[in-house]
Design a protein around this ligand. Structure first.
Ligand code: FE2
Ligand code: FE2
Length: 396
């Protein structure tokens, strides 16, 4: 049994005790919150924190955060800072499938493993990959915010026995800091989402697209992003952001009048022209909101604007608002377009029945020859089980 395996030690992190121990030594850089603020993304902040940690403890070779999504009980790699290549990118696992981590979460305990070779016989992909990269010891901390699990933090070293009393006190303080950073990011996103939800409720009261449509299409978007993967330049941060921001795609419909948005029959050319402006109006609304919420993270801003403005572009250049063609359409918009169309096809609308998944796959395939990104479509066609799981978790 995992817990009885030695050498393993358990303990609960204590911030106060840890903070007392944290007195910068001669020639050592202090962890400056003001400098931390200069780093915009959680990945940059974690890399900065890692640099500071290494000044005191050069043996800490890796700091990684996995984010927990309670809606599907899944931990997904989010941030990885290390001196050599990252063993785990775009990796995910159900928490209930990793009993050793589940135990930590349930007991609210941290875990030190001073020689990870004890796991060599295990067949889990993650422990194999970590060992392959030469990591020999680990310190694992579940991250809680207001009682809820929000993620897991992993410290790794290429030395055996790197985690003793002198390192652990310090790392517990770092764990608290990273918890706050992750929680702050979640709060910022949920505040923005809350405000936009309020705003979109005005439209969704009038619009056939339901809240569950947004939940599903956000997950299809994340699924496509993660499966396109590193060959597309996609990292964990991108996949997480597209999941967060995809539901904003139609925020511009707030600005479309009822007589057009709710019109039961087909739109006239004039009405359709006005309907199309939900993309450009959405971009304006988002700019205002980001300004009002003081959100400065440029990677988020760029992605939100691209999704909102370009989710109706077409690969052949016949879409709107800008008639962008092929790769000129931002990747996040190409991904969201496929997710949005697939969910629209498989959902019931006042004017149509819900299509079966197989019917929708045939239609996606047809659209991939001129409208939708064929690589994104190929991912959807190859992910039938995952799609079904999302559909059964979020039914209308
Ligand atoms: Fe739209
Ligand atoms: Fe939609």
């Amino acid at each position: 049994m995992f817990r009885s395996v030695q050498p393993v030690a358990f303990g609960a992190p204590s911030f106060e005790g840890a903070a007392k121990k944290f007195i910068p030594q001669k020639g050592e850089h202090q962890l400056l919150l003001s400098e931390l603020d200069d780093h915009r993304t959680l990945a940059d902040k974690t890399a900065y924190v890692h640099e500071i940690v290494r000044q005191r403890f050069p043996c800490i070779d890796r700091i990684a955060i996995a984010k927990y999504d309670p809606s599907d009980d899944t931990l997904r790699t989010l941030v990885g800072s290390m001196k050599a290549d990252n063993p785990l990118i775009l990796y995910e696992a159900k928490l209930s499938d990793v009993p050793s981590l589940l135990d930590l979460v349930l007991a609210r305990e941290t875990r030190v493993v001073n020689d990870m070779r004890i796991f060599a016989s295990r067949n889990t992909i993650h422990s194999k990959k970590i060992l392959e990269k030469g990591f020999l010891s680990s310190y694992t901390v579940p991250l809680f915010n207001e009682g809820d699990l929000i993620g897991m933090l992993f410290f790794n070293s290429r030395q055996c026995g790197a985690f003793d009393d002198s390192t652990l006190g310090y790392l517990d303080m770092i764990a608290h800091l990273l918890t706050s950073l992750l929680a702050a990011e979640l709060v910022q996103i949920s505040t923005l989402r809350g405000a936009l939800k309020t705003a979109t409720q005005f439209t969704h009261h009038r619009d056939p697209e339901t809240g569950m449509h947004l939940e599903r299409m956000a997950r299809y978007s994340r699924l496509i992003a993660r499966k396109l993967g590193v060959s597309y330049g996609i990292d964990d941060g991108f996949a997480d952001r597209i999941f967060q921001h995809a539901p904003l795609h139609d925020v511009g419909k707030i600005a479309i009048p009822d007589r057009i948005l709710l019109k039961p029959g087909p739109l006239s050319a004039e009405e359709f022209a006005e309907m199309k402006t939900h993309t450009t109006r959405g971009r304006e609304i988002v700019s205002t909101m980001l300004h009002n919420f003081n959100i400065k993270n440029t990677t988020d801003i760029g992605m939100i604007r691209n999704i909102v403005a370009h989710h109706h572009e077409s690969m052949d250049g016949n879409g709107y608002p800008d008639g962008l063609m092929g790769d000129a359409i931002p990747l996040e918009a190409r991904i969201v377009a496929v997710a949005d169309v697939f969910d629209a096809l498989t959902s019931e609308r006042t004017y149509k029945q819900a299509w079966s998944n197989d019917e929708a796959f045939v239609e996606l395939d047809r659209l991939s020859h001129f409208k939708l990104d064929p690589d994104c479509v190929a991912v959807m066609l190859g992910a039938k089980d995952e799609i079904q799981e999302i559909q059964s978790s979020f039914t209308d």
